[in-house]
Design a protein around this ligand. Structure first.
Ligand SMILES: O=C(O)CCC(=O)C(=O)O
Ligand SMILES: [Fe+2]
Length: 395
C-alpha cells in the first residue's frame, strides 16, 4: 500500500463529522464526564456511560465508530483486521497539555496500532492554545476544527504533542485501534451492556445514576481530598447560571456525600423551578440538553408550559449557599477551569423557564428513542460480540 510506505503514515480529513454529531457528543460529554487521567483533563468513556445507567447514550457513537474503523482499515490497508481498543470523549481545560510522545509509548499501550482524533470544537472559537503538532513530516501543525479528524499510526513514526490550553475547553472524540482481538473494546462493552439491560429492563427507564463522588471531584493538584476544589457536575451547572436546591435535611457535613444521588431542584437567581430531578446527573443531562437544543426550541413554536417557578425563600437561599460551600469549595477555580469563550459564561443568553421546561420533556423523548434503538440493536451485538449499526427497516 502506498500509505504504508509513507515515512509518517497519517491522514487529515475535513468535515468527517457533521456539526450536529459534534454538538450531540458535546452534550454527552458535558453531562457525563468524570475527572480524567491527567491534570485538567476530563473524560467520558463508553463503559462509564453504561455504569451510570445511560447505556442508550452509546447509540450516537455507533455509526461514527464504524465509519472511522472502515476509514482507518482502508487507508492503512488492513481490511477486517482491526478492533476498536478504546473510545472516549476527552476534554482539555486551561493548563492541560502533552509533550512529544507516540501513542504506544508504554508497555501496556503496545497493542495500539492506530489513533483517530476527531475534533468536536474549534481552535480560536471554543478554546485558545491546544494546537496539535507532528514532530516530523506534513502536516506539521493541525488547528482543531469541529468535524475534522486526524488518523495516524500509534508508533514512533508519528511523534506528536499538544500545546497548553490557555482558555476554554478543547473537546475530542479519540479512538485507538488494535490488531490484537484480546483488546477488543466491543466484547467488554457487550458484556457490560448485558448486565445493565438485565438489571434494568423497564421500558423507558433512562434515568442516570451518578458514579462514586470522587470520580467527579476536581482538586487543583490532583490530591483527592475534599477541602479544595469542586464537584464537576455542580461546576458545570454553576457556569451556566444554575444553582442546586435540595429539600433533603442534612445536619452534618459527612451526610452530604450521598446528596448528589438524591432528588433535587434547580434555581436561577431568585427563582426556583418546582420540578424534581432524581439526582445531580439527571439535572445536568437536562440542562446540557437544553443548551444543545435551546436555539431550536426558541424558534420553533413548541407548546410551552411555564411550569411552576416560585420565588426562593430566604431559607432556600441559605440552603443553596450551604450546598455550594460543600460542592463548590472554590468557585473561582471552577469558573477558571470551565470558562467558556462564548457568551454563556455564568448564564445563558435569553434564558426562559418555559423553554427550559419544554426541554425537560424533550430530553425524555430523546433518551427513550435512543433506548429503543439500543434494545433493538443489542441482540445482534450480543450474537456477533460486536457493536455495529443495525439497519432498521421499520421506519
Ligand atoms: O487531542 C489531540 O489532539 C491528541 C491527544 C493525544 O495526543 C493523546 O491523547 O495521546
Ligand atoms: Fe497522543
Amino acid at each position: 500500500m502506498a500509505e504504508a510506505k509513507q515515512e509518517h503514515p497519517r491522514l487529515l480529513l475535513h468535515n468527517f463529522l457533521t456539526l450536529h454529531q459534534c454538538k450531540e457528543l458535546e452534550f454527552i460529554h458535558k453531562s457525563n464526564s468524570t475527572v480524567g487521567y491527567r491534570a485538567n483533563v476530563f473524560s467520558t468513556t463508553l463503559s462509564h456511560l453504561i455504569a451510570t445507567n445511560s447505556p442508550h447514550l452509546l447509540m450516537p457513537f455507533v455509526p461514527i465508530r464504524e465509519r472511522l474503523k472502515e476509514k482507518v482499515e482502508e487507508f492503512f490497508g488492513c481490511e477486517y483486521e482491526l478492533c476498536v481498543e478504546f473510545t472516549g470523549l476527552i476534554s482539555w481545560c486551561r493548563g492541560a497539555s502533552i509533550g512529544w510522545h507516540s501513542d504506544d509509548n508504554r508497555p501496556y499501550l503496545k497493542q495500539r496500532a492506530f489513533a483517530a482524533v476527531c475534533y468536536l470544537n474549534g481552535y480560536g472559537k471554543d478554546f485558545k492554545g491546544g494546537l496539535f503538532h507532528f514532530q516530523d513530516g506534513e502536516p506539521t501543525t493541525i488547528e482543531p476544527l469541529a468535524g475534522d479528524v486526524v488518523i495516524y499510526t500509534a508508533d514512533s513514526r508519528n511523534i506528536h504533542s499538544v500545546d497548553e490550553i490557555t482558555d476554554g475547553e478543547r473537546l475530542t472524540l479519540t479512538l485507538w485501534f488494535s490488531r490484537d482481538a484480546s483488546h477488543d473494546e466491543d466484547a467488554k462493552l457487550v458484556s457490560l451492556l448485558s448486565q445493565s439491560l438485565l438489571h434494568n429492563n423497564m421500558p423507558g427507564e433512562c434515568l442516570p445514576l451518578p458514579a462514586s463522588s470522587n470520580m467527579y471531584w476536581f482538586s487543583p493538584n490532583q490530591t483527592s481530598h475534599k477541602h479544595l476544589g469542586f464537584d464537576i457536575c455542580w461546576a458545570r451547572l454553576h457556569i451556566l447560571g444554575f444553582d442546586v436546591y435540595s429539600y433533603e435535611d442534612r445536619s452534618s457535613d459527612s451526610d452530604f456525600s450521598e446528596l448528589p444521588m438524591k432528588p433535587l431542584q434547580l434555581a436561577r437567581e431568585n427563582e426556583l423551578l418546582d420540578h424534581d430531578f432524581v439526582n445531580i446527573l439527571h439535572a445536568l443531562q437536562v440542562v446540557q440538553f437544553y443548551c444543545w437544543k435551546a436555539s431550536g426550541l426558541q424558534t420553533s413554536k413548541v407548546t410551552i408550559d411555564s411550569g411552576k417557578v416560585v420565588e426562593l425563600s430566604q431559607w432556600q437561599r441559605e440552603k443553596i449557599n450551604c450546598l455550594k460551600s460543600v460542592f463548590l469549595k472554590d468557585h473561582q477555580l471552577a469558573e477558571m477551569v470551565f470558562s467558556c469563550m462564548t457568551s454563556n459564561v455564568r448564564g445563558l443568553p435569553f434564558f426562559d423557564w418555559a423553554v427550559f421546561n419544554s426541554a425537560v420533556a424533550l430530553w425524555e423523548d430523546y433518551a427513550s428513542k435512543l433506548r429503543e434503538q439500543l434494545v433493538r440493536s443489542f441482540p445482534y451485538w450480543r450474537t456477533h460480540q460486536s457493536i455495529f449499526d443495525v439497519p432498521y427497516d421499520g421506519c
